[in-house]
Design a protein around this ligand. Structure first.
Ligand code: 3DU
Length: 212
């Protein structure tokens, strides 16, 4: 059984509120990222918090430890409960995010293998497994692994074990189905297939049921 996380990559407060309201009761968390935050400001987090579910900041952070710590301060002061980071900057950068999240009572999730075809250039295979190991050693709460390559997500699950979460993007618009991956993961991440749907609430409901 997997949770449903909405990737709310819409632009503007009104559109964000429309989709979030339509999906009320169907979601376990909302993932926000650059499209929404750059178009509205980080204040959008307080507005989405009315939905009473975790808001996860997908900023795929990739910087030096000090900058990463400063980013964490802003993200958690805004009301987010989780942050998504890259791991390829090294263990000290990763630890700054994990410690930054935990210091603020939040969670940190580490991108290990991405879902798009270009991930095969760098963010896959042995590199992904190394980053999953690094994520585990850092004390991170979970990793991000692709629904589009369920066999790879299964491998990454075996690297991290059962105590960390896996959230998995790629369901819907990128071609994966909830059934492909739900047995390996704790949550599926769905964006366009919900927020571009004529009826986002119905679409979210269907994904939620299929992820069970
Ligand atoms: O393809 P969708 O519209 O369902 O959106 C997927 C979301 O997940 C989107 O926010 C994207 O930035 C994020 N994501 C991936 O798609 C793939 C990854 O490996 C990591 C994050």
């Amino acid at each position: 059984m997997a949770e449903l996380l909405l990737a709310l990559d819409v632009k503007g407060r009104e559109e964000a509120a429309r989709v979030a309201l339509a999906c009320e009761g169907e979601l376990d968390a909302i993932k926000i990222g650059y499209p929404l935050v750059l178009s509205t400001g980080l204040g959008i987090v307080k507005e989405l918090a009315k939905a009473n579910i975790p808001i996860i900041a997908d900023f795929k952070v990739a910087d030096i430890p000090n900058t990463n710590a400063l980013i964490c301060e802003e993200v958690f002061a805004a009301g987010c409960s989780g942050i998504i980071t890259h791991a390829f900057c090294g263990s000290d950068s990763l630890l700054a995010i994990v410690d930054g999240a935990h210091d603020h009572g939040g969670s940190a999730f580490v991108v290990c293998e991405m879902s798009h075809p270009g991930a095969l250039d760098f963010l896959s295979g042995a590199n992904a497994e190394r980053m999953a190991k690094m994520a585990k050693e850092s004390g991170a709460d979970g990793i991000i692994a692709p629904a589009t390559r369920p066999d790879r997500t299964a491998v990454l699950r075996s690297v991290i074990g059962g105590s960390m979460k896996i959230y998995s993007p790629g369901v819907g618009a990128q071609g994966a189905q909830p059934e492909d991956v739900k047995k390996y993961v704790d949550g599926i991440i769905v964006g366009r297939a919900i927020y571009e749907s004529a009826d986002p609430g119905k679409a979210a409901h269907e994904f939620r049921v299929r992820a069970l």
